[in-house]
Ligand binder design. Structure first.
Ligand code: PEP
Ligand code: MG
Length: 638
């Protein structure tokens, strides 16, 4: 068996964890040839499933809770094979007619997808299909393909493929990232047209999923994830990614079960296989047996019970047993999620990641369009506060709009406030839009990635300029709109006392603070184990920030993913955090915990934590407190 393909025979339960039942059990030794991210070298007790297809478990990083089962759809791997045929002269006209018909069908498909995406995610995110329509109708492309058919007497799919590839390769080799991305659009459109010419289904495209599926791929970018059709994508699993990559954050917000960081699952699964995906524990199980499905029935029911219990807290305040009221808010990635703020009982929006309005677009959204979006969210949630974070494009949230070119260290590169201060026109357009919308509710402005006083001074100066301009134009806005900054760089922590003198609030972006503080790329699955929220340096940075904020008399919140982890919430409150903002579906668990906690206990925990030297000590101490005050939380995890 060691020399054979063990995967075809058994499910590995782990060392010595055999079970009885209808299956044969034995020990196997896994040697170097078979080790992988799911298996270490060594002896394993396995259960051999005597049914035709054995169960295989893959282990990744849990990114978004929920369990789903369905057929696999492997995304982004299919190669296009375009045949070549000589055609007789009398067939040329018919061949060109085929092209005309394929163009009509493709145009119709693109328009339908544009429409359906508009209904789901709003008009701006659907812009990409407008750009695809322009590519499809490009007269140069059609003209050259037609000429090639006539001059070489070849079939039209071959001619069209030759011409479109020639252009795509020219884009591929360009320096400018924006132009390079046009190659992706061009191939996308031409493959669609070629599929129609060859009478093939467009199976390789996520927008064209025809039945609910579990999407498996090497990577899903945040922009692709933002456009996923919830009714067709049951869940997803990727080779790369980590818990705080934006794709994972978005999956939680969209409530799509997801597991990331498998290294190679896209190569190990095939279309139409059946899998069960467990987003709580980070597992994908191929060919789940009846026994596994039965066990998962219990897991699902346990989570449903927990959610039903938590739903009862919706109208209740997030207040500790000794009376400390926490502002518990939700993070928003798309305006459509504002319904969830109410549904999950949040006190407002602590982080509106406005950059999602700028992904998947062919041009910058005008001031008026942005103002409408901000006003809609503000008025829907008024009088609850809504903190709009100004554009944080860059790093893993790339938009072709920034034309930033290839950067060797994008997380340290031209992103967020740096991009905005270099593009004052774009930045001012956003600030003016927020100001315009500010009369419709309780809006606040927050600047991301601040590292120095001079960046903050310049951002505030531009805000004042926008206020002056609007006043001169006679446009109403909230003159006292609050401004704050994200503390997400070690540099900002070190000068937090200076920064605090200029703003009304801080919000600690722990996702980036950990990334920059520990020098661990938050999207790199290989070093995900080094990404430790309870590292002493991070815990002490948080303490230093709250101290500086309170000395200046301003509020301090946390809006990174740490705020949504009940295990870590006592630590944050004990360190002096006043406000928490988490992905909306996580708000009820955090509230449940806060309502069982005493601030005095949390402070004791934090006092010890800042003296500890190891991440695991701090994590264990925080978990021990949670275990004591809300043991059911611990049981219900996973
Ligand atoms: C953070 O860095 O913690 C944060 C909330 O911002 P983002 O995850 O969008 O970088
Ligand atoms: Mg950040």
């Amino acid at each position: 068996m060691v020399n054979g393909a063990w995967q075809e025979f058994g499910k590995v339960f782990g060392r010595g964890a055999g079970r009885g039942g209808l299956f044969n059990e034995c020990w196997i030794f896994v040697n170097d040839n078979f080790i992988s991210n799911t298996l270490e070298k060594g002896y394993y007790q396995v259960r051999i499933d005597m049914s035709e297809k054995g169960e295989i478990t893959f282990r990744g990083i849990p990114a978004s809770g929920g369990v789903c089962r369905g057929r696999v759809f492997v995304f982004g791997t299919r190669q296009l094979h375009v045949p070549y045929r000589d055609i007789p002269e009398e067939d040329v006209a018919a061949e060109l007619k085929r092209l005309e018909q394929a163009l009509i069908i493709t145009r119709k498909q693109l328009k339908e997808m544009h429409q359906s995406l508009r209904e789901r995610v709003g008009s701006h995110d659907a812009d990409i299909f407008e750009a695809h329509l322009l590519v499809l109708d490009d007269p140069a492309l059609i003209g050259e393909a037609t000429k090639l058919v006539k001059s070489t007497m070849c079939n039209v799919e071959h001619a069209y493929h030759e011409v479109s590839e020639k252009y795509a390769q020219a884009f591929d080799s360009m320096e400018d990232e924006y132009l390079r991305e046009r190659a992706v659009d061009l191939r996308d459109v031409s493959h669609r047209l070629l599929n129609n010419l060859m009478g093939q289904d467009d199976h390789d495209h996520l927008y064209a999923l025809s039945e609910p599926s579990i999407v498996v791929g090497h990577d899903l970018t945040p922009s692709t994830t933002a456009m996923l059709d919830r009714s067709m994508v049951l869940g997803f699993a990727t080779d790369v990614g980590s818990k705080t990559s934006h794709t994972a954050i978005l999956a939680r917000a969209l409530k799509i079960p997801a597991v990331v960081g498998f290294h190679d699952i896209s190569k190990r699964l095939e279309n139409d296989q059946t899998v069960l995906l467990d987003g709580h524990s980070g597992l994908v199980i191929l060919n789940p047996s009846d026994q596994t499905l039965f066990e998962y029935g219990h897991v699902i029911r346990r989570h449903e019970d927990k959610e039903a219990r938590l739903a009862k807290l919706r109208e209740m305040p997030a207040v500790t047993l000794d009376g400390f009221q926490v502002a518990l808010e939700a993070n928003l990635d798309q305006p459509s999620e504002s319904e969830d703020v109410m549904k999950f009982g949040a006190d407002g929006v602590g982080l509106f990641r406005s950059e999602y309005l700028f992904l998947n677009r062919s041009h910058w959204p005008e001031e008026k369009i942005q103002a409408e979006v901000y006003a809609e969210v503000a008025s829907k949630l008024a009088p609850k506060p809504v903190v709009i974070r100004t554009l944080d494009l860059g790093a893993d949230k790339l938009s072709s709009l920034t034309k930033s070119g290839v950067e060797s260290n994008p997380a340290l590169g031209w992103r967020a406030i740096r991009f905005c201060l270099d593009n004052e026109g774009i930045f001012k357009m956003q600030l003016r839009a927020i100001l315009r919308a500010s009369t419709q509710g309780n809006l606040r402005i927050m600047f991301p990635m601040i590292t120095s006083m001079s960046e903050l001074d310049r951002a505030l100066e531009l805000l004042e300029t926008c206020k002056r301009e609007l006043a001169e134009e006679g446009v109403a806005f909230d003159e006292h709109i609050e401004t704050g900054i994200m503390i997400e760089t070690p540099s900002a922590v070190m000068v937090a006392d200076d920064l605090a003198s200029k703003v009304k609030f801080f919000s600690i972006g722990t996702n980036d603070l950990i990334q920059y503080g520990l020098a661990v790329d938050r999207t790199n699955d290989r070093i995900a184990h080094l990404y430790e929220p309870t590292a002493p340096s991070i815990v002490r940075s948080i303490k230093q920030t709250t101290k500086a904020a309170h000395a200046a008399g301003i509020r301090v919140g946390v809006c990174g993913e740490m705020a949504g982890e009940p295990d870590l919430v006592p630590l944050l409150l004990g360190l002096g955090v006043d406000e928490l903002s988490a992905s909306a579906p996580l708000v009820p668990s955090v509230k449940y915990l806060i309502r069982r906690l005493k601030l005095s206990e949390a402070r004791e925990l934090a006092e010890q934590a800042v003296t500890m030297r190891y991440s695991h000590e701090i994590l264990d101490a925080s978990r021990a407190l949670v275990q004591r005050v809300a043991p059911e939380m611990v049981v219900n995890q996973g």
